[in-house]
Design a binder for this molecule. Structure first.
Ligand SMILES: C[S@@+](CC[C@H](N)C(=O)[O-])C[C@H]1O[C@@H](n2cnc3c(N)ncnc32)[C@H](O)[C@@H]1O
Length: 285
């Protein structure tokens, strides 16, 4: 029977020849998933035997990884803001950079809450996908009134599942083209909309990129949905309401300029974990 160490070596080699960027890391995570063991358990027991069924499952996972399927889709989970989200091909895999959006939202909400005795602050997350932003906010601050929206029926299903698993209840959800079908008013609207250029997305799809096209493509230059959200948000925000958007660092100046053009004040660009301009906010008068 093959040992953990030997299985890892074979897995690393298979992924290396399939030109996977991080072959040892991916092999370790996938072997752990196949055997139901943590990374630490695997690494501290290199001589442990791998049962036949677990090894067969590992090989199936490797096969899917070699075909370009992300580890998160294979495991059906992704950690975001210290919560384990269910993910599959219906939604974008949450990215670590998006945690900057959640951090900034919490900082803004805490400041707003400290300055008023009013009822719960109302937060809406548009383009919610898996619900990672909305659910992380609600999980972090139970007193908020959080809702979410997305146009995709598949995203709605994944969002509802994640709400039940992580919050023990569902949050209000609206199937909506950006903000058109959401009621408002909100004190804060967050969104990580699709912001890649259509051409970039076509190139990714040609090489089999499995994330949904509608979660990636932001129009010819990538800014169509960002611009539409900025246009629609004033009608859905309360007075002094804040719009907080994630964009590609190359689009931050554009977003800043559009926010100013639509009457937003205190427009600020916030860096992501890598120090790149990623999150942009503006406040209505
Ligand atoms: C970049 S993903 C972000 C998902 C999630 N918020 C995150 O940060 O991982 C964008 C999401 O926007 C949704 N979407 C795309 N176009 C939309 C539209 N016109 N109206 C509403 N949602 C849209 C997609 O279905 C997808 O779930």
């Amino acid at each position: 029977m093959i040992t953990v160490q030997a299985a890892l070596k074979r897995g690393q080699s298979t992924l290396f020849y399939a030109e996977v960027d991080t072959p040892l890391l991916d092999a370790t995570v996938l072997l752990g998933e196949a055997l139901g063991l943590s990374k630490e358990q695997l690494l501290t027991s290199p001589e442990a035997p791998v049962q036949e069924e677990g090894y067969r499952r590992f090989q199936e996972f490797l096969d899917r990884r070699c075909r370009g399927i992300p580890v998160s889709y294979i495991r059906r989970k992704k950690e975001f803001f210290s919560l384990e989200f269910y993910v599959d091909e219906r939604v974008l895999v949450p990215r670590p950079d998006t945690e900057a959006l959640v951090e900034e939202a919490l900082a803004l909400l805490d400041r707003r809450a400290a300055g008023s005795q009013a009822e719960a602050l109302r937060v809406h997350d548009a383009c919610t996908g898996s619900g990672c932003v909305a659910i992380a906010l609600q999980h972090s601050r139970a007193g908020l009134e959080v809702s979410a929206s997305d146009r995709s029926p598949g995203a709605e299903e994944v969002f509802r599942l994640n709400c039940r698993r992580l919050l023990g209840r569902e949050l209000p959800f609206h199937r909506s083209d950006l903000l058109k079908q959401v009621p408002g008013p909100y004190d804060l609207i967050t969104a990580n909309p699709p912001y890649l250029r259509d051409g970039e997305v076509e190139d990714m799809r040609k090489v089999g990129w499995p994330e949904p096209r509608e979660a990636l493509a932001g129009g010819r230059d990538g800014t169509a949905l960002l611009a539409a959200l900025i246009r629609q948000a004033p009608a859905r925000l309360a007075p002094r309401g804040i719009l907080l958007l994630e964009a590609d660092p190359s689009q931050a100046a554009f977003v800043r300029q559009r926010l100013l053009a639509w009457g937003f004040q205190e427009v600020e660009v916030v860096p992501d974990l890598g120090g790149r301009p990623r999150v942009i906010r503006g406040r209505l008068p």
